[in-house]
Design a protein around this ligand. Sequence first.
Ligand code: 5CA
Length: 439
Amino acid sequence: MRLSRYFLPTLKETPHEAQIVSHQLMLRAGMIRQASAGIYNWLPLGHAVMQNIEQIVREEQNRAGANELLMPTIQSAELWRQSGRYEDYGKEMLRVRDRHDREMLYGPTNEELITDIFKSGAKSYRDVPALLYQFQWKFRDEVRPRFGVMRGREFLMKDCYSFDADYEGAMAAYRKMFVAYLRTFARMNLKAIPVEAESGPIGGNLSHEFCVLADTGETELFTHRDLIDYDILDRPVDYDTDLRSIVDYWTSHYARTDDTHEQAVFEEQVPADQRVQRRGIEVGHIFYFGTKYSEPLEAYISTREGESVPVHMGSYGIGVSRLVGAIIEAFHDEAGIIWPESVAPFRVGLVNIRSTDSDCRATCDDLHERLQDAGISVLYDDTDESPGAKFAQMDLIGLPWQIVVGPRGVQAGTVELKHRATGERQELSPESALAKLMA
Ligand code: 5CA
């Protein structure tokens, strides 16, 4: 992609309305623009990152055996009256009326609708277990939307729902999602700590919040140091087997946030020299709530013995748009963003520092084509800005690798390969630079 044809409205100054670093950097890097309070336009660079995050989440949901579907954003109030949440949700729910004066709402979550979908298609124990998920925009009319996409009013969520015949089945689904979440966040280079949590308006008996570690996070959390070192991607995960040992390991090492009242338990469970205190950002939340929705919405299945029972359910959310901000909170420096390779909008930034020089241009054009042919995504700065402005912009948008092409190097047959995260630079032939990126 040529920068001259890419819509990238970066800013030199830090916008005064942004209080936290991810919000500042997303505005400065031309990733988002506010449309109205807590509602954002996603510009090409921000959208590309969000799509990469979505794809990792999708691959891990599929690996765990979940099926992707899509529900509407606008829902009828009817099902919400049946579950009792139409009144309970209060002002956070955006309510609208259609031309026939029917009460509708913009979904803040989808337990009611998915229960109705399951009910319409499932009759017996043969139809469970079922795991259904979607990526869909949610609207919650937060009193104080703030911190950019981290606490928006409109935000993109992955929401998954599980259906099982009994408690044991539901726990197996809960454990699958628990492990899928560990893998999902690890693939984004994030350290995610599951913390037992309050279940809030979703309700239910058991819930874990997944907090990713970032020094600037809002949540203070306490945990066992072994959980910080644990790497789920080092271990084989087979979703057809019981995942109890992995989940038990995590829950027995005990993590808590400062807003749960369990300091005493934590101190009893975790020896003083193994406790660590960190800050985190909630990027996912999983819930088991049994028959809370299936009973009022009458989602019953028949058991092997012919008995009719309400299905046991859980729901499992990931804040996809929030993750874009959370990753920046975890990975940035003075100069800008430092994308992990797995979510970077482009893997390579190709910088021509003398675009008027025909040799530089020929070298860049050739590298651009060969990178694209090799399937390596590249943003090619072919503009006539000053070298200083080009370097600053590349560092700001944080692509993992930069290839800098200038007249002196081209004469000597070399380009400079820079690694954004370490700042390490190497003079290489264009061929060696390509080989290194392909390795
Ligand atoms: N129905 C369940 C899970 S499917 C649910 O709604 N859970 S939730 O309320 O905890 O939201 C799931 C995730 O969405 C949260 O962990 C968080 O990462 C994200 N999220 C929630 N509210 C916002 C918000 N206002 N802005 C951005 N992301 C949000």
